[in-house]
Design a protein around this ligand. Structure first.
Ligand SMILES: NC(=O)C1=CN([C@@H]2O[C@H](COP(=O)(O)OP(=O)(O)OC[C@H]3O[C@@H](n4cnc5c(N)ncnc54)[C@H](O)[C@@H]3O)[C@@H](O)[C@H]2O)C=CC1
Ligand SMILES: O=C(O)[C@@H]1CCC=N1
Length: 277
């Protein structure tokens, strides 16, 4: 087995949705789950984390939670400053990975008393079935082997895109970080449309899910441009033409652009408001 999956020790600071998605992905890839400790003050989460994922848990940052190669900060952006300040005096040489939306590495580094072995990332929840994609930015002090360590860890969740410009992470947040929620909304909407046309809920959901899955797999597998794949569905004088006409009348491109713009703006203001503290 890959030595990374056998020997690396991880601490997750925060054991909520995103941490659980990443840990589920790691488990599926054969990571030694007893080498993970989750620090979360919410003790009600501990039993299910232990039972479903086989990880260790702690309510506080202590010696055992710091005995890790990598610390993954998976708390809400609003909680990151106080977590970082508590962490700072305990840091030795661990690689620190943040998944928090918006918070810039320079601000996090300042809260960590100048610690610079930091990788800022933006994963997404399909990580739990290794179908995630993560945008990642390494501070210049991160050595090549540490970046490789981060890469191996994040690859367990799916694809990894390394960015040269940290500011691009706000765009990544808007597209793939938040994106699964847009897609789930579209699946809900297409399902509701199917029900309105007389299908049962379960039939409509099944058809919608298979359509999203099939279309994305086809677009990923094919060298044909996505626009051409769309045209191949659209028979002249046929049904798709009518559906697309209405989507375009409602300006689907502008709607998506505006949605992503608002999400990216929020990532930036989170960084400005919380990072300035
Ligand atoms: N949910 C998502 O799809 C994504 C979330 N993120 C980022 O992941 C981070 C966590 O988000 P979620 O998992 O969705 O939130 P969540 O609310 O599910 O999890 C946060 C966890 O942190 C714990 N916590 C609070 N204070 C703590 C402390 N002092 N020490 C340790 N743990 C503490 C909470 O008890 C909770 O379990 C956020 O910064 C978010 O921006 C990034 C990409 C996608
Ligand atoms: O909504 C949020 O702020 C987080 C970041 C990307 C997905 N969830």
């Amino acid at each position: 087995m890959h030595t990374f999956f056998e020997h690396t020790r991880l601490s997750f600071i925060g054991g909520g949705n995103m941490a659980q998605a990443l840990m589920t992905g790691l488990k599926q890839r054969g990571f030694t789950m007893s080498h993970i400790i989750v620090v979360d003050p919410d003790a009600t989460k501990h039993v299910s984390l232990q039972q479903s994922l086989g990880v260790n848990t702690s309510t506080i940052l202590d010696k055992s939670s710091m005995a890790a190669d990598v610390l993954i900060l998976a708390v809400k952006p609003q909680q990151l400053k106080s977590v970082a300040q508590a962490l700072a005096p305990l840091l030795q040489s661990q690689l620190v990975i943040s998944v928090a939306a918006g918070i810039r590495s320079e601000d996090l580094s300042r809260w960590l008393q100048g610690y610079r072995t930091l990788v800022r990332t933006m994963p997404n929840t399909p990580a739990q079935i290794q179908a995630g994609i993560t945008g990642a930015f390494a501070m210049s002090a991160v050595r090549a082997e540490q970046r490789n360590l981060a890469d191996s860890l994040l690859q367990a969740a799916g694809e990894v895109v390394w960015l040269e410009e940290e500011s691009q992470l706000d765009a990544v947040t808007a597209i793939s970080g938040s994106g699964p929620a847009y897609v789930f909304l579209l699946i809900e909407a297409l399902t509701a449309a199917g029900v309105a046309l007389g299908l049962s809920e379960s039939q409509a959901l099944k058809l919608s899910l298979a359509t999203f899955k099939g279309a994305s797999l086809l677009a990923s597998a094919s060298n044909t441009p996505v626009a051409t794949l769309r045209e191949q569905v659209t028979s002249k004088g046929g049904t798709t033409e009518q559906g697309l006409l209405r989507l375009n009348q409602h300006n689907i491109h502008a709607i998506m652009q505006d949605a992503a713009l608002q999400a990216a703006k929020r990532a930036k203001t989170l960084g400005d408001e919380l990072g300035g503290q």
